[in-house]
Design a protein. Sequence first.
Length: 313
Amino acid sequence: MKRILVTGGAGFIGSHLCERLLSDGHEVLCLDNYFTGSKKNIVHLMDNPWFEPVRHDVTMPFYSEVDEIFNLACPASPVFYQYNPIKTVKTSVMGAINMLGLAKRKNAKILQASTSEVYGDPKVHPQVENYWGYVNPVGDRSCYDEGKRCAETLFMDYHKQNKVRIKIARIFNTYGPRMQPDDGRVVSNFIVQALKGEDITIHGDGSQTRCFLYISDLVESLVRTMNTPDEVTGPVNIGKPEEVSILSLAEKIISITGSDSKIIFRPVRIDDPVKRRPDITLAGEVLGGWEPAVDLKNGLEKTIGYFKKEINI
Ligand code: NAD
Ligand code: UDP
Ligand code: UDP
């Protein structure tokens, strides 16, 4: 049994990860400031004596005894990370420093939840790990993109300078139950709009693409990444290479829900990446043949089932 710290543990991904680690027989410390996460996501775990929620902000130092750290704390939806961009940078950068300091003191292994956003609006397609990206340093998305890029730098430098055992996972768009209905990301927005019969809001003409990974596939990959040999530091792309346009995502969700919602077009978001697709060759090699198992239709159906209950439809 290991004692594992999950920062951002009350969030969408974090809560699923805490659940998995507990079921694998570990003790889990779930650290969160509840900015975009919710106690509701973890309330079902509270009876488990091996689960320990801690209300804490990663921008402040945190002293504890841990064997492994999954560093997930950071708002992930553009709506929320742009709400207080300075705080977003602090969370990524100071959060990384504090968690790396803790990992160094305890000789703990530490995994960073990085993002496909480090590639910005990519000029190389699909994105491979050795592509450095195309990122605006002073735009609306910069607090997130550059914060996460700096966190990667810190991880690599703590590894080189202090021999901290690190793992960097570059996560591409992930969806599933426990996204907040008002989270603002595309899958939850479209599902909630479709279920309520409201207009489906596409930013731009909907030709921009993303690749959507279901939460259970992500959790499996994160656990495997943490368990790779020490020489595997990443960065490693984690995503599902099936590329879909935002327009076709809207049509799929309308079709699955049987909604009579109409699609409407809004102004394109500033610096919105035009296309995105992971090259997951490296993940396949270092994560024991890992590949996404849940197809988009199936994952959307499960997520729609969750939101039906969540918003009482
Ligand atoms: P989320 O917003 O649901 O979860 C983030 C969690 O971090 C929330 O519980 C929030 O309250 C907490 N948090 C935020 N700032 C904090 C702070 N200063 N101190 C302590 N806790 C704080 O988002 P998510 O989708 O679960 O994302 C989790 C992580 O994965 C994030 O780091 C995100 O950047 C990364 N990621 C997610 C995706 C995705 O598609 N979901 C893609 C790439 C990377
Ligand atoms: N830190 C922490 N928990 C620990 C050890 C360190 O939160 O168990 C924080 C502390 O704020 C420190 C930062 O991590 O400033 C970086 O630690 P490091 O040892 O790298 O540097 P230093 O202590 O010299 O600042
Ligand atoms: N998007 C959209 N309507 C919405 C929310 C998002 O058209 O209500 C688009 C957004 O402009 C982007 C894509 O969907 O092109 C994915 O957006 P999201 O905020 O989910 O994540 P991103 O990958 O941009 O960080």
